[in-house]
Design a binder for this molecule. Structure first.
Ligand code: DGY
Length: 315
């Protein structure tokens, strides 16, 4: 076979580069349609939407998609499967970094860090105060994990062992063993009503958000909601409503529905920390993600099983 042609949709750390989009400007749907008949494989990332219209490009050449991201809700994997296009992702290497950001958001939201920093930068700080800018301690509080996969577990472990929090969680399938104390509850409702802080770790890309308006409405008025999964893992409108009405105390968000759009209502809220989808954004982790995508591409073109198959397939 002649040398495979691979399109990497965005810039990668130097150590990983294959054949890149050097501008790092997101490719359009039209660019991807063209790429489908020009390349043997694509290495897109979580913000590149590869829907059925793109995957069904006539005279398709692409046989493998190595997504640079653990989430793959950007790819219509059902169509990929039917069309015999193999798909891989990059699990594991970003677990710790994303759990770190979940903890960062928990701390930032509960300690009102955004409002405090803003006050300082705007020169409104008049000196130490015993009563101003008070947040909420997390020690002894309960953290509710919705989705106890790798990242949910890493977040819970940090919170339990590092910060003395009590963990309650809901996971679709039972978890056999955890190396820290945590109580499994039998529904998302139970977690939402019990927890002082809820951290969401369920995938997006479903027909409807897994964390619904009803779930959000059942949270304690003193509770905080943190999301490092996907914007559409929860009902974003319902979250904004709950925050506006003071039905919950605050939130920490790294992901949004329709990124990079962030609703103005959220931008102006002082009790909300907003990050621009940086859960896995360290040089070490992004390099490892790129390397893992390359491992999957290499395996595919060597006719070997994919190390991280979402849709299995061989060259
Ligand atoms: C992923 O890999 O799915 C993350 O959201 C990227 O940070």
């Amino acid at each position: 076979m002649s040398k495979p042609r691979v399109l990497v949709s965005r810039k990668l750390p130097d150590a990983v580069q294959v054949r890149l989009n050097p501008s790092d400007k997101p490719l359009s749907g039209t660019d991807f349609v063209a790429a489908m008949s020009e390349f043997d494989a694509l290495a897109p990332t979580v913000s590149d939407r590869l829907d059925a219209n793109i995957l069904l490009t006539p005279e398709r050449r692409v046989r493998m998609i190595a997504n640079i991201g653990v989430g793959f809700n950007n790819i219509d994997v059902e169509t990929a499967g039917k069309e015999g296009i193999a798909v891989s992702n990059t699990p594991g290497v970003l677990t710790d970094a994303t759990a770190d950001i979940a903890l960062f958001l928990i701390l930032s939201a509960t300690r009102r860090a955004y409002a405090a920093e803003r006050k300082l930068r705007e020169e409104r700080w008049s000196g130490f105060s015993i009563v101003e800018g008070l947040g909420t301690s997390i020690q002894g509080k309960s953290l509710g994990i919705v989705g106890m996969g790798r990242i949910g577990q890493a977040t819970a472990k940090r919170a339990a062992l590092g910060f003395g929090m009590k963990i309650v969680y809901y996971n679709r399938s039972p978890i056999k063993e955890l190396d820290f104390e945590a109580q499994s509850l039998d529904s998302i409702d139970a977690v939402m009503t019990a927890a002082d802080i809820v951290s969401v770790h369920v995938p997006g890309g479903n027909d409807a958000p897994i964390v619904t308006a009803k779930h959000i409405a059942s949270m304690k008025p003193s509770a905080y909601l943190v999301n490092t999964a996907r914007g559409d893992s929860l009902d974003q409108r319902a979250l904004i409503h709950a925050l506006r009405k003071g039905h919950i105390a605050g939130a920490g968000l790294d992901v949004y529905e329709n990124e990079p759009h962030v609703p103005d209502e959220l931008r102006v809220m002082e009790n909300v920390t907003l990050l621009p989808h940086i859960g896995s954004a360290t040089l070490e982790v992004r390099t490892a993600m790129g390397m893992l995508a390359v491992d999957n591409l290499e395996a595919f073109f060597a006719g070997l099983p994919l190390p991280n198959a979402v849709v299995p397939g061989r060259c």
